[in-house]
Design a protein around this ligand. Structure first.
Ligand code: TYC
Length: 113
């Protein structure tokens, strides 16, 4: 049967084969939203404690940690890492708990990038 004849047959019977299904041509690769984790300066937390926090929870070398601690000390705050929501939330909670247990007022917060 010719294409014209098929179409005419469909028109009469409503026997339509492609009923509005859109097929994906590309796979979805959506990235999750990211969050900056920051630490804030204060007048009381010892420098060595901040360095230890950066090594322990943010995987920095001693030299990297010392440098970033000094940035926070001078500028007031710095981004210490960028993570997905759940990981950022966990880092903030771990740092805040660790600081509180050592009775230091160190503050750690997160913000959408
Ligand atoms: N300002 C603190 C001091 O002089 C050191 C410090 C650095 C505290 C970074 C907090 O996030 C901080 N002892």
């Amino acid at each position: 049967m010719r294409q014209h004849d098929v179409m005419m047959a469909d028109k009469k019977t409503g026997d339509d084969n492609d009923v509005g299904v859109v097929l994906e041509t590309r796979p979805k690769t959506k990235r999750p939203p990211l969050y900056k984790v920051m630490i804030l300066n204060d007048d009381y937390t010892p420098m060595e404690f901040v360095v230890h926090v950066l090594e322990r929870f943010f995987g920095m070398s001693h030299a990297q940690a010392f440098e970033l601690m000094l940035t926070v000390h001078k500028k007031g705050l710095a981004v210490v890492g960028v993570y997905t929501h759940e990981i950022a939330e966990t880092k903030v909670a771990l740092v805040m708990d660790f600081a509180q247990r050592h009775q230091h007022p160190l503050q750690c917060t997160m913000e959408k990038e």
